[in-house]
Every structure is written in C-alpha cells, then in structure tokens.
Design a protein around this ligand. Sequence first.
Ligand SMILES: [Mg+2]
Length: 373
Amino acid sequence: MRIEKITMFHVQLPMKFNFKTAKGSLNLRDTIIIKVESPNGLSGFGEVVAFTTPFYTSETFADAWKILEETYLPEILQKDFSHPFEIHKFFRKPLPMALAGLENALLDLYFKEKNENLITGLFQEKLADKIPRGAVLGQMSDAQTIKEIDQLINSGVKRIKLKISPQIGTDLIKKLVKRYPQITFALDANRSFQLTDWPVIKALDELGLACIEEPFAIKDLSELKLLTELSVNFSTPLCFDESVQDLESLKILTELPFQTMLNVKIGRLGGLYQTQKAIEFCRQHQIGFWIGSMVESGISKILHVQLAALSGNAMAGDLSDSKHYFDQDLIQPEIAFPNGWMTVPTGAGIGLSVNEVALDRYTVNKLSLTSLK
Ligand SMILES: [Mg+2]
C-alpha cells in the first residue's frame, strides 16, 4: 500500500445529553479522526475512540494523539506493506485504540481500492440485510428512566441495557423487568461491585436478563473463579467489556464457572485484526458475542453496525441512531433505525461516505504528515 498523506483531526462533537455511567459522564465527545490518502486520489477514514479521561480503559485521548504523532504516523509513512493487518507487526505493546483508528483508516482505503466492503471482505461472509437497535440508558432518575423506556418502545426497540451500580441499587431494575415483559433487558455495572457483593448480583438471576456486563471491580478475570461454589445454578451470562482488551484475557473466559459473553468493540480490542480473531474464538468456544459502542462518531460506529450483521450475534448491539447522540454525525447517510431496524450499508470500505463538511466544522485542531518517499 502506498500512503501519500495522513491527517489527524481533533474533533469535538457536542452531545445532546449528559451520558452518565458508574465511572464518569460525558457531554462533549472529543475524538480523533484519521484520514489516509493514496497517490491515486482515494482516501480512507478511521476513528480513535479513546476518551479524554481514563474512566473506561487507561488509554486517553492525549496518549493516543501523542503516540500517533510521534510514532505510528511517521513510521507508517516510511514502511512498505501490502495489507493493513501487517501494521500490527510493526509496533510492540501498542495503544489499542490509537492503533485501531489507524488500522481502520488503512482498511477503509484498502477495501475502497478493491471496491469491496471492508467487513464482508475480512470475514468472507454475507451480512444480514437489517439489524435491530439495542438501546443503552445512562444513569438518570427513576421517572426519567421510565419515560425513556416508553419512548424507546414506541420507536420499536426490544432490547435495552441499563447502567447499575451499588449506589443506585437493583430495586428499579426488578420493577422495570416486571413492568416491561416484552423487553429484553441487559445490565452494565462498569466494574462497580466488589466480589463480596455477590448476593446482590445473584439475586438478579431470576429476572431472566440477557446478560450482566462487567459486574465486578477485579484486577484479574481469574478472581471470578473464587465464586465457583457460590455460583452453582446461576444462569445469567456474565458479559465482559473493559476486562477483555486482548486475546489472552478472552481465553480466561473459558475457565470461569459462568456462561460468558464478549462485548465487542474494535477500539478496545486494538483493531479489526484482533476483533476478527476474538469473534472466531467466541464462535469456537460457545462464548456469546455481541456488538458494543463507545459514544463514537459514525466513522467507527458504522463498522460496528456491520459487525452486528454477522451471523451468531448473541443479542442486538448497543447501536442507536446518530441523532440520538449528536445533532450532526460525520457520515452520510447517518445511522438510523426507523421502527427499530437499520438497513446495513455494504458499500466499499466502511460502507458509506464521510461527511467532510461536518468533519471540518467540528475540527478544533489538525495535523498532517506527508510521505517523503
Ligand atoms: Mg460496558
């Protein structure tokens, strides 16, 4: 592949609401968009989804910008490679989200040059024509939660993920499951409970939840083996998100005394090279997989929409309309789930166009490097 120019855009997308989890809140999304350009005039786009603070994983926006500016971008312009996946051999101990953004941009360009869809091309699999929307609600008052759920049901949503923490407790969850039997509920605790809180989690088993995501603040997934005797007959799958950042930790899930699931996010896993391997591992080892989301622009999210159209997804992904989060997204057409379903785009590269007018409008800083070759 020949890359002539790479540009990094620091974008600030104003959000329509303050998104609160057990670990932080967000009302302005700072994100890095990477554009790679080839000598034949084609370009590819990728997004670095790190947050400005390390509330999700330790990698921050500033860390990612620095390593891209100082290492990844200058080196990539010097290297010879024929497939974007080769970049994973170039950098030792990479920052996953920074490298994923660059890899995604190179993949977009690579598959545009072949005039082929990126996800279809990588997985060699036909995508489902449509995918269902799965909504995520941040922490809010009980009355507001009920209002939001009513609105989601009216818009065709059948799967809702709620945030929980020891502070907000589980009473509301129990009421909501009874009140809305037509909805599949999942929970995400963002690692806010201690292992000693096991009875609280155990009491949720009777609710028939699709999964409980990241219940515990643990250093190592193997600590969950301590619950082996206590968890006999516990049938709700435990889902892992920020605890699984590589394939080594994914393998530990096969040793746990629980049914397990993986929340798939390309950035956290360090790009589509590892994401593809992770999905293949899940398929081989009866680990449910489904597609998450990072409060990100459509440039990253549209790839997740297409991953959600692969066969064997355990449940609807955390994927909502662009307009749910932002006044204006960076892709066209924007992500939309009329009546709860989205038609999956299968155009070349990431599947649709980047809205470069919108990209310019929300860019607060940018940096370009050109090849000297
Ligand atoms: Mg999560």
